[in-house]
Write a protein that binds this ligand. Structure first.
Ligand SMILES: *Cc1c(COP(=O)(O)O)cnc(C)c1O
Ligand SMILES: [Zn+2]
Length: 402
């Protein structure tokens, strides 16, 4: 399946199906053709494959199984989360097969690899992307190599290991490994589905397409902004690719503001945005509870920065206390989300005070991943003997009035 790919930065084009970075140093993405986009929003979306035609790329057919189930997640109006006059909708990416939006990019990548007759894939991740790639490989019988840091936590190993990939602990600079793996994989014929490779970006563009389609319900109403946690910049880039194409195809009058959120402790893109820089400088990389978005040297950082600027959006950082509070607010709305996803709600105040959002705006927060349950939530319990169960509700709040 020959696919043209282009560079967002210098406009270079290539037909080489295995090129993922441009000579200018920036990531490539698949060429989109707005003329190939259907003239109407889809009436219903059961999976990402119903949204993908709106990206105008040459799309592969998913293999049967888990890849067909990626996407098609609900967009819910959560009025208890409204903040400073901003109406909140939440895209529940935790409902993907392995619990995050990564399944969208993995499904596209696996389908493209199989169509090209390839049998070996890999990734550099110890988080959601590793789980996703290992799961899709297991389901399709593909050979899968996952490169993890040497000091990976046992709980992460177990989450990934259940799909039985080849797990390799790598000593040394884990950040540089992203580039090394792409190179080694290319030479060995192993397709590395890293965070911002063109196939992953194309699949992950469906998050935004679905969100806009679900919000609009064919009536031409769209959110004022999409708020998305950002780490590598892959999902942010994908969102930009989607709204650019939809605007060029005439399905959107103008793109919504793209607002990206990082954890303040590791926020290289937000810092570059605040400084007015065009390129991202690697951060020191401090600790944060938002473990899925702590990339100190994001490979698509410059592209995410450009996306925020081009759409009058912003990139902001939020601290761990605010992330924790936002996680509790999500839970209060019945939604378990990762701390990385909770950043989106925490960012609204800042986006309001910076003048990016106004009272009366409608925003879609992309809750990128489900909460694991061990997200540092302080839980209080009571304890009684079974023989005392009869007294359980004697002093319960509201017992008298009920
Ligand atoms: C991967 C991930 C992100 C960050 O996405 P990027 O494409 O790397 O910017 C955010 N939230 C969750 C839950 C993730 O798994
Ligand atoms: Zn280029």
């Amino acid at each position: 399946m020959p696919v043209n790919r282009t560079c967002w930065n210098c406009g270079a084009r290539t037909d080489d199906d295995h090129r993922v970075r441009c000579d200018c140093g920036e990531p490539l993405w698949l060429a989109t053709d707005p003329e190939a986009v259907p003239g109407e929003w889809p009436a219903s979306i059961e999976s990402m494959w119903d949204a993908l035609p709106l990206l105008g790329v040459e799309a592969p057919t998913p293999p049967p199984g888990v890849s067909t189930a990626a996407g098609g997640t609900p967009l819910v109006r959560a009025d208890s989360l409204d903040t400073e006059g901003v109406a909140v909708h939440v895209k529940l990416e935790g409902l993907n097969p392995t619990g995050s939006f990564k399944d969208r990019g993995t499904a596209f990548g696996v389908a493209a690899a199989l169509e090209a007759g390839e049998t070996r894939i890999g990734t550099v991740s110890h988080g959601n992307m590793a789980e996703s790639v290992a799961a899709h490989a297991a389901a399709t019988g593909m050979d899968c190599t996952v490169l993890v840091p040497a000091d990976i936590a046992d709980s992460r190993l177990a989450a990934i290991g259940r799909y039985d990939p080849r797990l390799v602990r790598v000593d040394g600079d884990y950040g540089r490994l992203y580039y090394d793996a792409l190179e080694v994989g290319r030479e060995a014929g192993v397709r590395f589905l890293n965070s911002d490779v063109p196939w992953r970006v194309a699949g992950q563009a469906t998050t935004a397409i679905e969100t806009l389609a679900q919000f609009g319900r064919g009536e031409g109403e769209f959110p004022d902004a999409l708020v998305i946690p950002v780490s590598s910049g892959g999902h942010a880039s994908a969102t930009w690719q989607a709204v650019r194409t939809l605007t060029a195809a005439g399905l959107l009058d103008e793109p919504p503001k793209l607002c990206f959120v990082q954890a303040a402790a590791c926020a290289p893109i937000a810092e570059a945005f605040a400084r007015g820089d065009d390129t991202v400088t690697p951060a020191e990389g401090g600790e944060t509870i938002a473990y899925s978005i702590a990339n100190a040297d994001p490979p698509s950082g410059n592209r995410a920065l450009a996306a925020a600027r081009a759409t009058d959006g912003a990139v902001v950082g939020v601290d761990d206390d605010a992330i924790k509070r936002a996680g509790e607010q999500f839970a209060g709305a019945g939604l378990a989300v990762e701390p990385s996803s909770a950043t989106t709600l925490a960012a609204i105040e800042r986006l309001r005070s910076d003048g990016v959002l106004d009272a009366g705006d409608e925003v879609a927060l992309v809750a990128t991943g489900r909460g694991f349950g061990d997200d540092g939530v302080a839980v209080e319990t009571e304890r009684i003997d079974r023989s005392a169960l009869g007294t359980l509700f004697d002093a319960a709040p509201g017992a008298e009035g009920a």
